[in-house]
Design a binder for this molecule. Sequence first.
Ligand code: SF4
Length: 314
Amino acid sequence: MPTLLWMQTAACSGDSMSLLCAESPDLLELLEGHGVELLWHPSLSPTSAADLGRTIDRILADEIDLTVLCVEGSILLGPDGTGMFDSFGGRPKKDLVAGLAAKAQFVLAMGTCAAFGGIPASGPNPTDAVGLQFLRDEPDGGLLEREFRSRAGLPVINLAGCPAHPNTMVQTLLWALSGMRLELDHLHRPTEFYSTLVHQGCTRNEYHEFDVEERDFGAPGCLFFNLGCEGPTTMATCNSILWNNQSSKPRVGVPCFACTSPAFPRAHDLFKTNKIGEVPVVLPLGVNRASYMAYKGLARSAAPARLLERKSKL
Ligand code: SF4
């Protein structure tokens, strides 16, 4: 019988809450459908912390075969490399996670903190937080070595996002449990879920095309030019597989913060676009600056009156 253990390290539980929102399948359907024994999940298991300690010891002693290890949260290496800022039963979680990873068939980093360090690893990082195998985009900076491979021959599978998208988590779990081949990008994210831009499918796209810019929140236009949206440079399915089958941040007027990126969170204001003059410093992926500047003026002059008057129904 396949087994799944969910370890929570330096985390806010956002990925657990996101996982519980999965609908196709939901978590219980996934576990029951594949006969998976849930060894531990901090929000779901009725057993005690002492039971978790015994389960961990049995896995480390090869008495329980671990199929999937899910880790939610950054790994804290401090103080002074001891890892004791985040411990369990007197043992640093960094050591427990490293030991469990060596036993698991698949290791999944659930969310950007586990994948790349995330918010705890952003400056000044007093706890020496890192991701499981990466620190930001650096493959040598994480808890596990660059060469680490799980028993299935895969590196840590990074399901980035703050939180990770529920569909991305359950579908990747299904793929792992089914033994299907997973294609990963250079940041070890499954290409199935990280090869389209958040911008694709956004209901504000028509405003973007015609350079109809918003300067204040609450209006229907594009948030890229002034209000900090990183949808045109961020790989995720937020606008093609909607959250709760309903919506996404840009659709409801909140800029994409690029939370699936190893650079998340960026150092400057999340609600403001850095610009040189009227042109954003970071342009849509692959766009040449000179061409963009020429296009921007033309697009604006061609904008239909209904968009300028914000009459396109969202
Ligand atoms: S709001 Fe963001 S995701 Fe939507 S069209 Fe504008 S740049 Fe793209």
